[in-house]
Design a protein around this ligand. Sequence first.
Ligand SMILES: Cc1cc2nc3c(=O)[nH]c(=O)nc-3n(C[C@H](O)[C@H](O)[C@H](O)COP(=O)(O)O)c2cc1C
Length: 312
Amino acid sequence: MADLTTTLGPLTLPNPVLTASGCAAAGRELHQFFDVARLGAVVTKSIMTRPRSGRATPRMAETPSGMLNSIGLQGPGIDSFLEHDLAWLAEHGARTVVSIAGGHTDEYVELARRLRGHPAVSMIEVNISCPNVESRGQVFACDAIASSRVIGAVRRAADPGQPVFAKLSPDVTDITLIARACADAGADGLSLINTLLGMAIDTDTMRPVLGGVTGGLSGPAIRPVAVRCVWQVRQALPHLPILGMGGIRSGLDALQFILAGASAVSVGTAVFGDPLAPVRVLAELDAELDARGFGSLADAVGFAHRDVAALV
Ligand SMILES: Cc1cc2nc3c(=O)[nH]c(=O)nc-3n(C[C@H](O)[C@H](O)[C@H](O)COP(=O)(O)O)c2cc1C
């Protein structure tokens, strides 16, 4: 059995498999199937300052090898989150990565301040795939300057003991430019990737399938895009820790991300079909590391980059 301990910047985790934001709420539902404290950490649904009801229905559509969602950032708001969700996670001994989202830099800052001093918060993941209200709705993560402003402001406002990871969108021409801007602004690491913007048309009604018209594509269909993003960012910024995700359903899928340069992975869409997916992926990853003679997960991180000059 390989040593599965991993680090995400200053944070040490007993193993590298986490949930993905928005796919396991705040852990309660998954806890019916397995003890969520067994995971590296639970990543919570992106929380905003105030309660929100999300976007119009229908909000989900199946696609070949994936799904589209336009949930919007439905959630209870930070007050209720702290009182009910974070308290529940702490009670159950789960390490928690709190995902935060906003429409203004000030909202992200307020959220980071509210999380200060909470021992149950292991890390903050900043979901910057949100429309920037001050910039005609342009998604923060699609603009290096807007990304760096939010991440810099969150890093300054957050508890110095809580690592801040920026979660990037793949819907950009060069993800390494955004990655570098976030790193320069003080990000302790990056979460790669959020969903890809997609759309489906119902050919009976001849209208968009989703109430929100467009939605985020996730699941195995996006895995090669996600692995490519992890690879490119690892090459550009070899010392910046990466939490990888996108279509992971098995230990072998997770291993691709680790070999590309991720120090840990999140399992998202897979839990809708198989609630045990995160713990199964963990066991399978362990076996695959053993089968390849890795004594520790750390030895496998970025292993595919060795002798890379020979590959290009
Ligand atoms: C239903 C659904 C809701 C999501 N909600 C969020 C969210 O609130 N915040 C966020 O950063 N990402 C959210 N995501 C994106 C996932 O965290 C993840 O980055 C993406 O789905 C790729 O991983 P996967 O293919 O394993 O699902 C959501 C994804 C899905 C499918």
